[in-house]
Structures are given as C-alpha cells and as structure tokens.
Design a protein around this ligand. Structure first.
Ligand code: ZN
Length: 258
C-alpha cells in the first residue's frame, strides 16, 4: 500500500488553520449526502454517499472548494425506489433526525464563516428531508448572507447523455436503483468495489402507484435491483461523470460567483 497523500479539498484532511484560510477566501463548502443501503449483489452499501463524495471532490477541485465528510445515513429506503427495508445493511433515519443533522451541520459551518454551501445528494428518498434541514437553518441564519444549494446529481443528466446511456429508452429514475446509472458511475469512480460477475438482470419491478404499510416484499425483485443493471459500463460512467460534473460546476459558478 502506498503512502497516503493529503487532499487539499477534503475538510477531514485539512488542519484547522488550513480550513479557516480556505473559508476566509470564500470557498464553497460541499456536503455529500446519501445513505447506507443495499444496492444488489454487485454494488457496495455505500453507493449513495460514495458517488456524491466523488462528484463533490471533482467539482471542488474545479472551484477550489471544500468537501466535508459525507453524511452516510439518510432517510429510509422505500420499496418503490430503493428496495425498502427488506435487505441486510439497509439503514434508515427518521426524517426529522436526518433534517436536524443537516440543520446542525449548516449551523456549525456558518459559525465558522462559511456562507456558500452546496449539498450534493445521492439518495432519492432524502430530498424533502434535506430541504427541510436547509430551510430550518436558513430561517435562523438568513441575515448572515448564507446561500445554500441542494441538488441530486441525476437531475443534471441531459437528454443527450440519457440517450447514449439508455439506447432502448430511460426507464425513469425511481427504477434506477442499483441499475445502469449507479453501476456505471461506480465502475468509473470505484472499479474495485463493483462485482461485475454479479450484475443483476431482472425485469423492472412491478408495484402499485402508491406506498403501503406494511410494505409489500413482492414489489421488490429478489436481487434488490429494481431493473436490470446489464448494459452498465465504465465508459458510460465516465460519460455521465464528465457531463454531470461539468454542469454542476457551471451551476455552482453561476449561483456562487466563483
Ligand atoms: Zn443508490
């Protein structure tokens, strides 16, 4: 194993004076969020925060920003979008707990001088609880000049990229759990974490247009992937990463004038 080299954009690898100087210079602070949940037999449990962390780091390099440690737990996996609570290793926080983690983290970053914050999320179910946490912080801190962006990385996918990644048509983001998008991105960013001999190839999950408690186990394919992951490639992952990364960077520059 080679010796570790400190990354000058990772908060966890900066000293306190380095962090302070970076914030003083007006750096955008990126918070990668996601959750820990099953992603089929071929992907690790950390996909939903590992991808935002990798993307945040690329954008931070482009705009000389700071990436906080990722928030590795988020809102609960739902059967229709993440396979639900049925699989080993899927961890879900109550919505209010997750919102309060985000609120408190923003409050602390602002206390240290941050005014430009961007949350990059990778767990579909997180969105409204993230927005709630940001809104609670903003309500309290808006006189400080705070500005916060919240984004889920797949929202940046263009029709052109989707047409290249899904030549037979995009099945929709809800079904893209542990499927072609996430698998391709993992092959690009973390190739050693993908079990390419175990790519699931099941048909699309069939569920009703509603949620129900107790949740239906039969709405979720046994693989844990909501649709086939065959067709995922590292080249597609690079294509997605480059297009989405460039467009997130452009949005950051536009909103924060960096
Ligand atoms: Zn995921």
């Amino acid at each position: 194993m080679s010796a570790h080299k400190a990354n000058r954009h990772l908060m966890a690898e900066m000293t306190s004076p380095e962090f302070a100087a970076h914030i003083e210079a007006g750096a955008v602070v990126f918070i990668p969020t996601g959750t820990t949940e099953q992603h089929g037999p071929h992907l690790p449990l950390g996909v939903d925060f590992q991808l935002p962390q990798a993307m945040a780091l690329e954008v931070a390099r482009a705009v000389d920003g700071i990436v906080t440690p990722p928030i590795p737990f988020g809102y609960k996996s739902m059967p229709r979008s993440g396979g639900g609570p049925f699989f080993a290793g899927t961890i879900g926080l109550d919505g209010a707990t997750f919102s309060h983690v985000i609120r408190d983290l923003i409050r602390e970053l602002v206390r240290h001088g941050a005014r430009k914050i961007c949350v990059i999320d990778g767990n579909y179910e997180n969105l409204w609880f993230l927005n709630e946490g940001v809104d609670l912080a903003y309500r309290e801190l808006k006189d400080s000049g705070l500005k916060v962006m919240v984004l889920q990385h797949w929202e940046f996918l263009t029709d052109r990229t989707l047409a290249q990644v899904f030549p037979d048509g995009f099945p929709g983001i809800e079904l893209e759990h542990a499927a072609v998008l996430e698998t391709s991105l993992m092959m690009h960013y973390y190739p050693d974490l993908v079990h390419t001999d175990k790519l699931p190839d099941n048909p699309a999950a069939e569920s009703g247009p509603y949620d129900v408690w107790p949740p239906h186990r039969h709405w979720v394919p046994d693989s844990g992937a909501l649709i086939s992951a065959k067709g995922a490639t590292a080249d597609k992952g690079r294509l997605i990463a480059e297009q989405v990364g460039a467009d997130i960077t452009a949005a950051i520059r536009n909103e924060f004038e960096v």
